[in-house]
Design a protein around this ligand. Structure first.
Ligand SMILES: [Zn+2]
Length: 127
């Protein structure tokens, strides 16, 4: 199953590439080679659907001592995620946006690495 490229309008993007395509790690069209990603709101939406709301549902299920709200919720959330995957089209990503997002992500990893290295150094010097 392939998805439509927003640049050349051909169904040339494999499903595996669409899954989790972001501006930093975009999907590449097999025909025109241009980049695309899921809409920006997708990440926030899935964090809400699979992160925050389940906590509330599980808390509710515990208070009523019934498991059906949990099963019902996850059933609906999974169906919603699959529908999103199939129905929501990819958005075009320009090289400039990709470059910026990639650098931003790399910068965050470098900063995190430096922080961990510094923490080790500080604790080693402290002893
Ligand atoms: Zn294309």
């Amino acid at each position: 199953m392939n998805f439509k490229c927003p640049h050349c309008e051909k169904k040339s993007i494999p499903a595996a590439h669409k899954l989790g395509a972001t501006p930093a790690t975009p999907a590449q069209c097999l025909l025109c080679g241009k980049l695309s990603s899921e809409p920006i709101g997708g990440r926030a939406l899935s964090a809400l659907l699979f992160g925050l709301i389940p906590l509330v549902v599980i808390f509710y299920a515990l208070t009523v001592s019934r498991l059906w709200p949990v099963y019902t919720y996850f059933g609906l959330a999974v169906v919603g995620a699959i529908l999103w995957f199939i129905l929501v089209p990819l958005r075009p990503v320009t090289d400039a946006v990709h470059e910026r997002e990639y650098k931003l992500r790399r910068g965050i990893w470098i900063a995190a690495g430096l922080f961990v290295a510094l923490s080790f150094l500080m604790s080693a010097l402290g002893d």
